[in-house]
Design a protein around this ligand. Structure first.
Ligand SMILES: [Zn+2]
Ligand SMILES: [Zn+2]
Length: 333
């Protein structure tokens, strides 16, 4: 049997509770990649400590917080509406300029370039919570220790593993799109822009270098850290805690987690999303706040978006799982 045949065999044999085959085999990424990833992950948190120390007794200005909020919304929607609902799942079509604007905004979120982001996320849907999933919290099994280890892996640890997702296989459509290739190549420059903008805005508004630096800290690094952890929480928490009102594929344990709905712009209705991946709205139940869907609706009214896959009530009804089940069943279900 070849290695890939063995991998396929392992995937078919998976029982839903054991550690994934090869889970203990750690192939660490190259030193350069680990160094870069560590920088991207650690620096924003060091910044949080610095910011709190600076703000103590002097406060942080309203300008810093407003700039942070604006950039959080713009880059966050770039990820949720652009990277995720438009480019990964094609839940609507957008005018070419809007596609580029959304891809640029998402790139400024420091979550990887658009092509790789889409490829990894499609692979997550292809192998959700079973061997092959790049970031499943069930990687180390469903025992308490394995579960905690799995949560850390799904949240952050997976970024440090050498587990490449071939874009040729998972995102050939984006690779065939010259505009998306250009946005992907511009990723480092867009990251720099994402930090330069708050610095320059802070400088322009306050006229002082100190004002520029506090804006850089709050609306640059801290805003990035918050959005990163909210996005990663969808990968980790939204596969472990919360409600599972909708049917998903075997082994898929995605959940709806309401406390994250606002900060994640509706992405934490993750069970609804895994049940109907190409639907433009993830909050499929009444009253489930989904700002990303509202933005897509606005684009549609403006004539900028078309072919929007809105929920089909009959289909959604058929996807209901019956009495509400909780995701976390220690014995595995
Ligand atoms: Zn998921
Ligand atoms: Zn998705």
């Amino acid at each position: 049997m070849t290695i890939s045949e063995q991998a396929v065999q392992h995937r078919q044999d998976y029982d839903g509770a054991s550690p994934f085959p090869g889970a203990e085999e750690h192939a660490p990424a190259g030193r350069l990649q680990v160094g870069l990833t560590a920088t991207i992950v650690v620096v924003p948190f060091v910044a949080l400590g610095v910011a709190i120390a600076l703000a103590w007794g002097q406060g942080v200005t309203l300008t810093d917080l407003l700039l942070a909020a604006v950039l959080y919304v713009v880059t966050g929607l770039g990820v949720t509406v652009g990277f995720h609902r438009l480019l990964t799942h094609a839940s609507f079509t957008a005018r070419p300029w809007l596609r580029v604007v959304l891809a640029v905004a998402g790139s400024m979120a420091f979550q990887g370039n658009v092509v790789d982001w889409v490829a990894v996320h499609r692979r997550h849907h292809a192998f959700t919570d079973r061997p092959g999933d790049p970031h499943s919290p069930y990687r180390y099994g469903t025992g308490l220790r394995g579960q905690l280890r799995g949560l850390a892996h799904a949240h952050l640890g997976w970024l440090f593993a050498d587990d490449p997702t071939p874009a040729e296989r998972y995102a050939p459509d984006l690779l065939a799109d010259p505009a998306m290739r250009r946005v992907a190549r511009a990723f480092p420059a867009l990251c720099a822009l994402s930090l330069a903008l708050p610095f320059l805005a802070g400088w322009a508004i306050t006229g002082t270098l100190y004002g520029a630096l506090t804006a850089f800290l709050w609306a640059g690094l801290i805003r990035i850290a918050l959005l990163q952890h909210v996005t990663w929480s969808v990968n980790s928490l939204c596969h472990v805690i919360g409600a599972r009102p909708f049917k998903t594929r075997r082994h898929d344990r995605s959940t709806n987690l309401w406390p994250l709905a606002l900060l994640s712009f509706g992405e934490s209705w993750h069970n609804g999303h895994h049940s109907e991946p190409s639907c433009a709205r993830h909050g499929l139940n009444r009253g489930q706040f989904d700002p990303s869907a509202a933005v897509i609706g606005l684009f549609e009214r403006l004539g900028w978006a078309g072919k929007v896959h809105w929920p089909d009530p009959e289909r959604i009804q058929r996807r209901r799982a019956g009495p509400q089940r909780q995701a976390h069943a220690p014995t595995g279900d």
